[in-house]
Write a protein that binds this ligand. Structure first.
Ligand SMILES: CC(=O)SCCNC(=O)CCNC(=O)[C@H](O)C(C)(C)COP(=O)(O)OP(=O)(O)OC[C@H]1O[C@@H](n2cnc3c(N)ncnc32)[C@H](O)[C@@H]1OP(=O)(O)O
Ligand SMILES: O=CC(=O)O
Ligand SMILES: [Mg+2]
Length: 356
């Protein structure tokens, strides 16, 4: 175990100083693209500014024969593009794959100054993060980088879920976690065949009526991912890092996608993945507080004065704890307003409404 005194010392001579806090940067949608797919890659420069994070994916969904082309494509796109306010992330290949060492050495050396976060798939425990932490420090020192690249782990193995707290606390580089429902389902031997979302068979059924026991009974579909997302949110909050929902594979079902994203938002996630351009708009809308929520939150803030005690507002009791929830929403709205002029206009209009 490292001493807490060593935790914020660089792991290689000449590597940048580790960060003591993970900046709260808006990341409603982490948009995946395959840099080896020329049609997709050509769209990336135009997507800058329309999405909070662009992620060049090198792992699953990139054909084995295209791994090197994807890596080279990402280097080219990163060098040729001014990302402005949009973050650039990558998902490297798994730590047991033949590609990961070249992914890390090439990307940090060639485009380390452009990369904000490296997403690491199939993380099993703190040992995986320690490996990445050390090798990144060595490569950053060699490349002369002046800020550390942050690390994001995908929670997609049963062992990873069991070790979720130690993964979050394994390095000052840890930026956040995403749920990986597809690999996690396989690793747990769940009996599903889809990428995220619900399942019609996972339900509870209303009790039979004593008088009419054979009458049809209502069923209520349950959320397969509730337990894992809740664990992930707690582990991230405990370590000051950020939780995200992951992929929703039914691209055509925009309604169920929105529901899954909203459940994650309400439970504490800050964003999600988007696999197709049409999921970006859904994520941007869902992972921002609604105008109604901000209107209410501001009323509570105003009514609570010095922040202590209890008040009645519209028939409901508000106190120190509900104020803190409202402040989470107000802070998020302020962060998003700094990068999203449309949202800023909507939130600003609320103040105008209440002033007239
Ligand atoms: C379990 C996991 O690990 S999930 C993460 C890994 N998976 C991914 O990253 C998948 C990323 N997404 C994709 O590969 C694709 O969106 C697919 C395969 C799902 C669907 O692709 P298509 O069948 O081409 O979709 P569709 O025909 O609707 O595409 C419309 C346009 O959007 C483009 N497009 C599709 N997906 C993307 C994307 N992720 N980014 C940018 N552009 C995209 C297409 O190239 C197409 O362009 P065109 O109009 O010039 O022809
Ligand atoms: O990588 C994501 C997943 O769901 O698996
Ligand atoms: Mg996966």
């Amino acid at each position: 175990m490292r001493s807490s005194k060593d935790f914020f010392r660089p792991l290689a001579v000449g590597a940048p100083q580790p960060v003591t806090e993970i900046p709260a940067r808006p990341s409603r949608a982490i948009h995946f693209f395959d840099p080896s797919n020329e049609k997709m890659a050509a769209k990336i420069p135009q997507m800058v500014g329309t999405v909070d994070v662009l992620l060049g994916n090198l792992e699953d969904a990139v054909k084995a024969d295209n791994k090197e082309a994807a890596r080279a494509g990402l280097v080219r796109i990163a060098k040729d593009t001014d990302f402005g306010p949009t973050q650039l992330w990558t998902r490297i290949n798994a730590l047991d794959s033949p590609w990961v060492l070249d992914d890390l050495t090439t990307l940090v050396t060639e485009i380390g100054d452009k990369l904000d976060v490296i997403m690491v798939p199939k993380v099993q425990g703190a040992e995986d993060i320690h490996y990445i932490d050390r090798i990144l420090a060595q490569l950053e020192a060699r490349a002369g980088l002046d800020r550390p690249i942050l690390v994001h782990a995908i929670l997609e193995t049963a062992r990873g879920v069991a070790n979720v707290e130690e993964i979050c606390g394994a390095s000052p580089r840890m930026q956040g976690l995403s749920l990986g429902p597809a690999d996690l389902a396989a690793d747990r031997r769940m009996k599903t065949t889809r990428v995220g979302g619900g399942h019609p068979g996972y339900l509870v059924r209303q009790d039979p009526d004593a008088e009419t026991p054979d009458a049809p009974r209502a069923t209520f579909q349950q959320d397969l991912w509730h337990y894992t997302i809740a664990r992930m949110v707690d582990a991230c909050a405990m370590h000051g890092i950020y939780p995200y929902y992951g992929p929703f594979g039914d691209i055509a079902d925009v309604t169920a996608c929105e529901d899954q994203f909203r459940n994650a938002f309400l439970l504490g996630c800050v964003g999600t993945w988007s696999l197709h351009p049409k999921q970006i708009e859904i994520a941007n809308r869902v992972f921002a507080p609604s105008v109604e929520d901000i209107r209410h939150a501001r009323e509570v803030v105003a009514a609570m004065g010095d922040g202590t005690g209890a008040v009645m507002l519209n028939g409901k009791m508000e106190d120190d704890a509900s104020l803190k929830q409202c402040l989470v929403m107000v802070e998020l709205a302020e962060q998003l307003s700094r990068i999203d002029p449309n949202l800023k206009a909507q939130y600003d209009a609320i103040s105008t409404d209440s002033e007239v």
